[in-house]
Design a protein around this ligand. Sequence first.
Ligand code: PRX
Length: 635
Amino acid sequence: MNFNIASFEEYKLAYQKSVEQPEEFWAEIAENFTWRKKWDKVLDWDFKGPNIEWFKGAKLNITENCLDRHLADRGDQPAIIWEPNDPSEHHRILTYKQLHQKVCLFANVLKNNGVKKGDRVCIYMPMIPELAIAVLACARIGAIHSVVFGGFSAQSIADRIKDAQCEMVITADGGFRGTKDIPLKNVIDDALVQCPSVKTVIVLTRTRTPISMIKGRDKWWQDEINKVETLGLIDCEPEEMDAEDELFVLYTSGSTGKPKGVVHTTAGYMVYAAYTFQNVFQYQPKDVYFCTADIGWITGHSYIIYGPLAQGATTLMFEGVPTYPDAGRFWDIVDKFKVNVLYTAPTAIRSLMQSGLDYVKDKDLSSLKVLGSVGEPINEEAWHWYNDHIGKGKCPIVDTWWQTENGGILISPIANVTPTKPCYATLPLPGVQPVLVDENGKVIEGNGVSGNLCIKFPWPGMLRTTYGDHERCRQTYFSTYENMYFTGDGCLRDEDGYYRITGRVDDVINVSGHRIGTAEVENAINMFTDVVESAVVGYPHEIKGQGIYAYVILNKESEDEELTRKDIAMTVSRIIGAIARPDKIQFVKGLPKTRSGKIMRRILRKIAEGDMGSVGDTSTLLDPTVVDEIITGKL
Ligand code: PRX
C-alpha cells in the first residue's frame, strides 16, 4: 500500500484495505518512519475502558522523524518560514539543519533545568519560531508539553497548570497580534500565584515590555542558551520513547465542567498526523504550506508542526492576524512566499470576504494549488468566495472535519483525488469508520440520512485518555453509545454517501472556530457578584459562525444595564479569556425550566436565533410566562 494516494481508485482500495485489514494497512504506512525498534503488535483496543494501543512495543522519538531523518537530503531546505506581525520587520527562515540545532540546544536547556522524561511543561508563547522549538525540544527529551493559547486568562492557565501539575512554564515577555501587545509574562505571573508545582519559568524576549523577573524562578531564554553553549551541550540525543508514551496534553472544552486535558501519545499520533497531512493536501517536495491556525490549538500542533515536519515540508508560521495591517495580509503572504497550500478557517474567510475584493484584486495568488478549511462548518457563500476569488476556480477546497481528540483529520476530501461538493467534508480518510446513530443508539444505515456522528473503530491519532481522569474520558466519549467514540457532532450523509457536518449536538458552541462550553461560560458569569443564575446558548453570527448569547438573572435591578453588561463581560474575560466574552447579554427575571428544574435550552436557543415561531410547546414548563417575558425583553 502506497503512502501517497494518487487517484480516487487508489483511495477506494486504501480505504477498503484499512477496514478489512487495519493492522496490515497501518503497519505498511508505519514503515515510512524511523523507528528505534519496530512494534510487536499494531493494535490492541477496546472502547469500554477505553484502552487503545497502537504500535505496541515500538520505540522511537518523534523529533528524530521530524528533524534528524531529513538532515541528509534536505538539511538546507526551509523547515519553518516565519512571517512577523509587522510586515516591515524581516521574516525568518529556519532550515532543517538550523531547526535541528536550535531544538537540540533548547532541549539541553530543559535538561539543564532539571526537566526529565514524563515531566509536564506548559508553553504560553506568541506565534514565533521559538514556540515550535520549545514544543519540539520537549518532545526531544520526552517531556509532555501543554501548550496554552495566548488568548486564555491567568485563571484558565492556572487551572491547566494545576491539572497537569506542570513543573515548568515557557513564555515570552509579550506577543504582537495586530495592533496589540499581549502581556504574556504578566498573565503568567498572575497565574503562578496559584501554582506551586512550577519551579522554573523560561522567558523569551519578543516585545521587550517591562516584566517582573523573580530570582530563582524566572530565567531568560537567551541566558539559558548561552549557559548550555558554554557547557558544550550542543547536540542532544533524542530520548527513546515508547509508542504509547504521552507526547502532549491539550485542553479543550466539553459540555460539562472544566476543560479536559486531551492526551495524545507518540507513535500513533505521529503516523496519523503525517499520513493525513501528506494525503489531504497532496504535499509535493518544495511546496510552501501555510496553515493560519495558532499552535495553541490542535490544528497548529498537527498541521503546523508535527505533520508537515514529519513529511519534510516547508511550513509557514504567521505571527499576526488576517486583518493587520489590512484585510489583504493573507494574500500578501501568499504572494510574498509563493504559498502553494493554504489552510485556514471559515471565520477568517467570512471576515475577509466582508472587507471586499479590493484587498484581493492586485495580489498574485497564482502559486496556490490547494485550499483547506477547518474548525467549523463552512457556509455556501464563504465556500464559493474562497473557491472563486482565492482559488480562482482551479484549487480544490479540502473541507477537513476533525477534533482535538482526533489528533488529525478524519473526514475530508483528498486534494485532486476526491470529487468535492460545497460544504461537504465528503468521505472518511482511510482508517476512519464513521457511523450515524439516532438518539436511541441505533445505527442509521443507508444514504440520505442524518444523525449523531460516531466512529466505530480506532484510528492511530485518537486520544488515549483525559489527563489524570480516565473515567472522564470514558464518560465523555465512550459511554453515550456502546462500543463507539461519540463526536458530539450532528451530521448528514447524502445520497452519494458524502458527509456534511451540521454542528454540535451538545452544549458546546463554536465561536470563530474556537470550542467553548456553555457551562464554562455560565460558571464564569455566575461568579459576577450580582448574578443569581445564567444560561448560555449559541446563536448564528455572520462572521464568527456562532456568537455567545447569555440570559442572566440579577439579584437586584441594575442601575446601568450597559455598564453591568460590560462588567459581566470583563468577569468572563478574567475567568476564561476574551474569546469567551458573551456577544449578547439579556437580563431576565426567570429561565424556562421543566418541573424537575432543568433549563430548556432549546427554547432559549430559538429565542436567541430570533425564531420565536418555533419556540414550541411551553405548557410543560414550571412557569410558562417566563418565555413571554424573555421574548418581550429580547434585545
Ligand atoms: O463541531 C466540529 C467543528 O469543530 C469541533 C472540534 O473543535 P476542536 O476540537 O477545537 O478542533 C477544531 C479543529 C480540528 C468539531 O466537533 N469542526 C471542525 N472542523 C469542522 C467542523 N465542523 C464542520 N466542518 C469542519 N470542517
